[in-house]
Write a protein that binds this ligand. Structure first.
Ligand code: ATP
Length: 312
């Protein structure tokens, strides 16, 4: 009898920006406590998983030259973690993962984490596992603190190292322009730089997340624009001083406000509506302050199959 090979499964998974990112002091274990408001954007990666004779990862698109295709790829670590979780001893030995990247690599938009989240969802469908998002989120949290958010998407308050999530009500679709920098920034380097800046002086810290949550509920982009804040921004700008110029150029082009996304160097600009975002993007692209400009909106859902139920 011929074995039936299941068809490949493709999942689309969002990027994230942090509308608010408060970083606590360095803990003795080397980590920092975070309080953050994640916001999932329509700038996405696509993850396809299939059964194949030769296991491995292929990467196409944004940053394909610098993304590892071996065991260091976070998507591959997700394959191994799910196989271990369900006791498939050699589960990874016939899985092939294809990543089509739209999210900038090392851009502070959690692209690798998105791929891991997408892989967990795609593979649990390929393997026909009866496994809910909350159970996947437990595996996800072990892979990285931004991975669980890739599963849920939307807008969420993250605490701990960012992996403990509570959904936040957001009444409005917000329109964003993203400016990609020439090169990525290493997240650990940005945290180390923040620790250094804090030892040397007392850089201002973002306050409570509560006003951001209220602005999201009100749905007014102007109110939200006044409240965007990121403790990592000073460190990212210290390592990449040109970001100051990029942030200024976005606001001069008509954005309501700009912020460094996560650990940077991508800058995210909040605009009053979709039309304004297109105008800001066109002007920013002509200003010569960044490598590429994209428009996106949020919030969007977390990792979900392409085709079939994607619009539900
Ligand atoms: P974060 O905002 O979570 O700190 P980031 O968006 O700044 O992450 P990523 O794009 O996730 O950064 O990549 C960080 C590093 O992880 C890259 O330099 C790359 O070497 C490695 N990496 C591993 N797997 C992937 C993947 N699937 N996609 C992108 N980078 C990956």
């Amino acid at each position: 009898m011929l074995a039936v090979v299941p068809p490949p499964v493709t999942v689309r998974v969002p990027s994230k920006i942090n509308l608010h990112l408060s970083v606590g002091d360095l803990r003795p274990d080397g980590f920092h406590d975070l309080t953050t408001v994640f916001h999932a954007l329509s700038l996405t990666d696509e993850v396809t998983v299939a059964l194949a004779e030769e296991p491995g990862v292929e990467v196409y698109g944004e940053g394909e030259q610098v993304v590892p295709t071996g065991p260091g790829n976070l998507a591959w670590r997700a394959v191994e973690a799910l196989a271990a979780h369900v006791g498939k001893a050699d589960g990874a030995s016939n899985v092939r993962v294809v990543l089509r990247k739209g999210i900038p690599v090392a851009g502070g938009m959690a692209g690798g984490s998105a791929d891991a989240a997408g892989t967990l969802v795609a593979l649990s469908s390929l393997w026909k596992l009866e496994i809910g998002r909350d159970e996947l989120a437990e595996i996800a949290a072990k892979l990285g603190s931004d991975v669980p958010f890739g599963l849920y998407g939307g807008t969420a308050l993250g605490t701990g190292r960012g992996e403990q999530l509570v959904p936040v009500l957001s009444r409005h679709t917000f329109h964003w322009v993203l400016a990609f920098d020439q090169r990525g920034l290493s997240t650990p380097r940005v945290f180390t730089e923040l620790d250094r800046l804090r030892e040397a002086g007392n850089p201002p810290r973002v306050g409570s997340h509560a006003p951001v949550v209220e602005a999201l509920a009100s749905g007014d982009p102007r109110q939200l624009a006044l409240l965007l804040g990121n403790d990592l921004q000073a460190a990212a700008v210290s390592l990449r001083p040109g970001l100051r110029r990029t942030l200024r150029a976005g606001v001069n082009a008509g954005a309501l406000a700009g912020t460094v996304s996560g650990s940077g160097p991508t800058c995210a600009f909040l605009c009053s509506d979709a039309e304004s975002a297109l105008e800001v993007a066109a002007e920013l692209a002509g200003a010569g302050v960044c490598r590429t400009v994209r428009v996106a909106h949020g919030p969007v859902p977390g990792a979900r199959p392409v085709g079939g139920d994607e619009h539900r």
